[in-house]
Ligand binder design. Structure first.
Ligand code: SF4
Ligand code: SF4
Length: 147
């Protein structure tokens, strides 16, 4: 519940991709092995645990971890502190800061864009997918179609 890790209908933790990321979870830094994933034999659990150790090592050997650039950013001048983004974020990232506007920690943001679409004041932009970029692409598309 705390980390919003995805689960199956049966309550087991769910991997990010069954073939491409079989021991990684959708939240970076979380891995799964053994019966947390599903009922399985000891031999399968050990293989999975070895894979998890190898995956975790790829993170631990780095001095720095680069985060994804697609994170949400709030324009404090537009924010009306209505709390809609605070309530709608599936990862509980936005909060109203001491200055009275919503703030999003880029290190915690997953870039899902839910808050961006929910904000009635259009105070939130998703970096790399800003409104002007999207609109420019749409306009270019229509120009091509009508040409
Ligand atoms: S939804 Fe928009 S206006 Fe409301 S608190 Fe969040 S950023 Fe501010
Ligand atoms: S982009 Fe998604 S994860 Fe990031 S703050 Fe908005 S709703 Fe939360």
């Amino acid at each position: 519940m705390i980390f919003k890790l995805p689960r199956t209908a049966d309550g087991y933790f769910l991997e990010d991709h069954v073939k491409l990321r079989p021991v990684d979870m959708t939240v970076p830094g979380f891995f799964l092995a053994g019966t947390a994933h599903s009922p399985k034999l000891i031999r399968e659990s050990v293989s999975q645990a070895n894979a998890v150790a190898a995956r975790a090592q790829t993170m631990l050997v780095r001095n720095e971890i680069n985060l994804g650039a697609a994170t949400a950013r709030v324009d404090g001048n537009l924010c009306a502190a209505c709390l809609i983004c605070v309530r709608s974020c599936p990862f509980n990232v936005p909060f109203i800061n001491a200055d009275g506007y919503s703030e999003i920690d880029p290190a915690k943001c997953h870039g899902c864009g839910v808050c961006v679409s929910e904000c009635p004041a259009k105070a939130i932009q998703l970096m790399q997918f800003e409104d002007d970029r999207i609109l420019a692409k749409v306009e270019q598309l229509f120009e091509r179609i009508s040409a």
